[in-house]
Design a protein around this ligand. Structure first.
Ligand code: AMP
Ligand code: GLY
Length: 425
């Protein structure tokens, strides 16, 4: 089979690595890919948002299956475009991807189908939103309706902060058209987990659970980033809780989407807040998470390609996914200044050493290769993934890998996975 992966980050490198390991695959392409991904896949220098051109390319190259990494091509309708041409593609349609692309759509669905989530109001007029937040007596979270690269969520400690958030999103349009509407929802306090499933629109198969680390500094301090690391599985998500999340969240969401006329196929990712052990949906993503994918796929024992084919062909009920025992930990190595402004072009040293280390995987998120050297080319530069029989062993392995890598102003969190150790007591 010839497979095309859309995207260029650490998540896509992990996808290319896992898909490329399948005996069913004869050739793998990545569009646009990256210098790091080019070691495993042939990169295609096209714009993933030009969905007509991407579909033309896939048609001309007789691609058997296309897998979409990021959300933007999905919300632009890449899956619909491929489907009208009879090309197999793994991902959510434009209508179904609204579950990520519109928080108002997502919250209305959750409310209608009685799926646990924070209580909320939605607004399309800034004045009405301000009047509402002024009289609140509880902390809230203000969220831009549309996609804002993970930045459109503002946790407000008091009413003044909430009013400022309304101004920023709806009047100043800090996130552009994403701020035409907003959600104001109750602030939940608890532990977060990422829960991802494969679904063909009817059957829902869970992946191993994970936990992301969004704030830039140790102890969850500092501004949020795209993800400074992750680990899997999280001890918070016990088998009983998995069953509860499946019954109360994932299955009713997939059923609800079908009933609303937008059947969902692909990966559905729930950001869950556990409050007193009960799951509440913070958000849905219509795709694999990053960095979660960098720890989930190394734990997947089964070949991923037949699973994706079964999703596309709507026969996931025939599939059984096996997971490896043990744990994986991913530490993101970031450029100095990230998530603010940062420099590119720093020479990365030590990558060769990682190749000879056991139980270590290296995923490139933002690198380039010039004049015989790897250089930094993004805020999140590399994901170093360690595997171990348990979380402490995986942490040790990941940081042993990290200790070999270096570039000017490199920074990373030193506490990835520590929460899991604390949960385990
Ligand atoms: P979202 O993109 O909606 O998942 O929000 C990004 C981050 O904001 C989440 O990972 C949480 O850390 C936080 N967050 C979102 N909604 C809430 C909420 N209702 N209560 C507390 N924290 C939240
Ligand atoms: N890890 C968060 C995300 O993929 O959106």
């Amino acid at each position: 089979m010839k497979i095309l992966v859309i995207g260029s980050g650490g998540r896509e490198h992990a996808l290319v690595w896992k898909i490329g390991a399948s005996p069913l695959v004869s050739k793998i392409y990545c569009l646009p890919g990256s210098a790091g991904i080019a070691k495993t896949a042939e990169c295609v220098a096209l714009d993933p948002l030009d969905i007509t051109q991407v579909a033309d390319w896939a048609y001309q190259h007789r691609i058997d299956l296309t897998v979409v990494g990021p959300e933007l091509p999905l919300t632009l309708g890449i899956v619909d475009e491929f489907q009208t041409r009879g090309l197999a593609i793994f991902g959510a349609t434009k209508k179904a991807a609204r579950i990520e692309g519109s928080k108002v759509f997502c919250k209305e669905l959750l409310r209608k189908y009685n799926i646990p989530t924070a209580d909320y109001r939605s607004f399309s007029e800034p004045q009405a939103a301000k009047d509402y937040v002024r009289q609140l007596t509880k902390p809230v979270v203000v969220k831009a309706d549309g996609l804002a690269a993970g930045k459109g969520v503002i946790i407000c400690k008091d009413n003044a902060a909430a009013e400022q958030a309304v101004t920023l999103i709806m009047e100043e349009r800090a996130f552009g058209a994403a701020g035409e509407r907003i959600i104001v929802e109750d602030c939940l306090v608890g532990d977060e987990a990422s829960f991802l499933v494969f679904t063909d629109g009817e059957t829902v198969l869970p992946m191993v659970s994970a936990q992301d680390h969004k704030p830039v500094y140790d102890g969850d301090q500092g501004p949020n980033t795209g993800g400074m690391g992750a680990y899997s599985p999280t001890p918070l998500v016990t088998p009983e809780l998995t069953e509860r999340i499946m019954q109360q969240v994932m299955l009713p969401t997939v059923k609800g989407l079908a009933r609303e006329g937008c059947p969902y196929k692909g990966v559905l990712y729930a950001g869950i807040m556990l409050v007193d052990g009960k799951p509440y949906v913070l958000e849905f993503n219509a795709r694999f998470g990053d960095p979660e994918t960098q720890v989930i796929l190394p734990l997947m024992d089964s070949d991923i390609v037949p699973v994706m084919q079964a999703v596309v062909a709507e026969r996931l009920a025939e599939v059984n996914i096996k997971w490896k025992p043990g744990a994986a930990v991913c530490v993101t190595l970031a450029s100095g200044g990230y998530p603010g402004s940062y420099q590119k072009g720093q020479v990365i040293k030590g990558l060769n050493k990682l190749q000879s280390m056991d139980n270590i995987l290296l995923f490139h998120a933002g690198t380039n290769y010039k004049n015989g050297s790897w250089i930094t080319n993004g805020g999140r530069v590399l994901g170093v993934v360690g595997y171990g029989l348990d979380i402490p062993a995986a942490i040790e392995c990941a940081y042993k890998g990290v200790s070999n890598v270096n570039f000017e102003q490199m920074h990373c969190r030193t506490d990835i996975g520590k929460k899991a150790v604390n949960y385990l007591g």
